[in-house]
Design a protein around this ligand. Structure first.
Ligand SMILES: NC(=O)c1ccc[n+]([C@@H]2O[C@H](COP(=O)([O-])OP(=O)(O)OC[C@H]3O[C@@H](n4cnc5c(N)ncnc54)[C@H](O)[C@@H]3O)[C@@H](O)[C@H]2O)c1
Length: 329
C-alpha cells in the first residue's frame, strides 16, 4: 500500500510521529478540526490517525479522495464509521492490545476501592469528618469475582484478583472451559454465575448481544449487595436498572469508567455518577503514559506493515475490515 502522507488528527503520543518519520513518511498533526475542516484537510492524505476525540464520519471518508487507511490509537473504533470506510475500500485498524494492562489495572483499582470505601472515606476526611464506622469495608479474600468476557483484559483481571485471594468465575462464548481453567477461572453459564458472584466485572465489546447485558432481571438474580464494575463500554450495563438496584440496596456498589453517553449529560447517568455507592472515573481505562506510548507505536507499526516496505513490521492484527485489505492485495 502506498502511504506517503499521514494526518494525525488527535493528540497521539509523539512516538507515533517519530516512528513514521523515521521511515520517510510525511506526517502533519492538526488537532481539534471540525467535520468541515477535516473533510477539506483529508483530501491531501493517504492515512488518518485518531484517538477518540475526532469523529470520522461518512462525510470525512467520502472527502478523502486518496485516503487508504484510518488508524485508531486505542481499542475499539466507536468514533469511526467502519461501514462507510469499508464501502470506500478504506482499511480501518485499531490497537486492541496496547491498553489492556492499563484497563485491567483500573478495574482492579475500582474493585479494591469498592471493598474498602477508599474514595468516599477520603472525601469525608477531607471534609473534616472522622467517620470510621461508616466506612468499614470487607475483605476480598474468599469472595467470588465473576468476569464476563475472558479476552485480553478479563484474563489479566482474573490473574491479578486471584492474588488477592478471590475465587474467579466467568463466561465467554469463544473461550472453552478448559482454556478458562488454565488461568484458574471456573467456566459457568450466565444463569450459574449471577447467584454466585460477589463482584461482577464486564470485559466484552459493546455489540447487540452485550447491550444491556446487566439489566434488572440479572441484578435481581444476583446476591444482595453485589458489586458491579464496568471498564469496558457504556451500554453493557443498563444504567437505569443499575441506579434502581443501588437505590433499593440490591446492588452494594459500582465502579464505572464508561457511560452510555460521554461526556454524560443525561439525568440517569448523572444520578448514577453522583450516587454515594458509586466510584466513577471519566473513561480513564487507557489513560496511562505507558498505554499511550504503546498504542501510538502500535498504530504506526501497523501503518508501516501495510506499506510492505519495512521488514521489521509485518503485523496488521488490528485491521477490522480485513476484506478490504485482502481485496487491495
Ligand atoms: N475503559 C477503557 O478505557 C478501555 C480500555 C481498553 C479497552 N476497553 C474495552 O474493554 C473491553 C474488552 O477489551 P479486550 O481488549 O479485553 O477485548 P477482547 O476482544 O480481547 O476480549 C473481549 C472478549 O469478550 C468476549 N465476548 C463477546 N461477547 C460476549 C458475551 N456475550 N458474553 C461474554 N463474553 C463475550 C469475546 O469473545 C472476547 O473474548 C472492550 O469493550 C474494549 O473496548 C476499555
Amino acid at each position: 500500500m502506498d502511504i506517503k502522507k499521514v494526518l494525525v488528527a488527535d493528540a497521539v503520543d509523539s512516538a507515533c510521529v517519530e516512528l513514521l518519520r523515521k521511515y520517510n513518511i510525511e506526517v502533519d498533526c492538526k488537532y481539534k478540526l471540525t467535520e468541515e475542516q477535516l473533510s477539506e484537510e483529508i483530501k491531501a492524505y493517504d492515512a488518518l490517525i485518531v484517538r477518540s476525540d475526532t469523529k470520522v464520519t461518512p462525510k470525512v471518508i467520502q472527502a478523502g479522495q486518496r485516503l487508504k487507511v484510518i488508524g485508531r490509537a486505542g481499542a475499539g473504533v466507536d468514533n469511526i464509521d467502519v461501514t462507510a470506510a469499508t464501502n470506500r475500500k478504506v482499511v480501518v485498524l485499531n490497537t486492541p492490545g496496547g491498553n489492556a494492562i492499563s484497563a485491567c489495572e483500573l478495574t482492579c483499582a475500582l474493585i479494591t476501592n469498592l471493598a474498602r470505601n477508599v474514595v468516599p472515606a477520603s472525601v469525608s476526611l477531607k471534609a473534616g469528618k472522622w467517620d470510621r464506622k461508616l466506612y468499614a469495608g470487607h475483605e476480598l479474600y474468599g469472595k467470588t469475582l465473576a468476569i464476563i468476557g475472558l479476552g485480553r483484559i478479563g484474563k489479566e483481571v482474573a490473574l491479578r484478583m486471584q492474588a488477592w485471594g478471590m475465587k474467579t468465575i466467568g463466561y465467554d462464548p469463544i473461550v472453552s472451559a478448559e482454556e478458562a481453567k488454565e488461568f484458574n477461572v471456573e467456566y459457568l453459564s450466565y444463569e450459574q454465575i449471577w447467584p454466585k458472584a460477589d463482584y461482577i466485572t464486564v470485559h466484552t465489546p459493546l455489540i447487540p448481544a452485550t447491550r444491556n447485558l446487566i439489566n434488572a432481571k440479572v441484578l435481581n438474580s444476583c446476591k444482595n449487595n453485589v458489586k458491579i464494575i464496568n471498564v469496558a463500554r457504556g451500554g453493557i450495563i443498563n444504567e437505569s436498572d443499575l441506579l434502581d438496584a443501588l437505590k433499593s440496596g440490591k446492588c452494594g456498589g459500582a465502579g464505572i469508567d464508561v457511560y452510555e453517553q460521554e461526556p454524560p449529560t443525561n439525568e440517569v447517568t448523572l444520578q448514577l455518577i453522583a450516587h454515594e455507592k458509586v466510584v466513577a472515573t471519566p473513561h480513564l481505562g487507557a489513560s496511562t503514559s505507558e498505554a499511550q506510548v504503546r498504542v501510538a507505536v502500535e498504530v504506526s507499526e501497523q501503518l508501516l506493515a501495510l506499506t510492505g516496505k519495512c521488514k521489521e513490521y509485518t503485523s496488521t492484527n488490528g485491521v477490522l475490515n480485513r476484506n478490504v485489505l485482502n481485496d487491495s492485495n
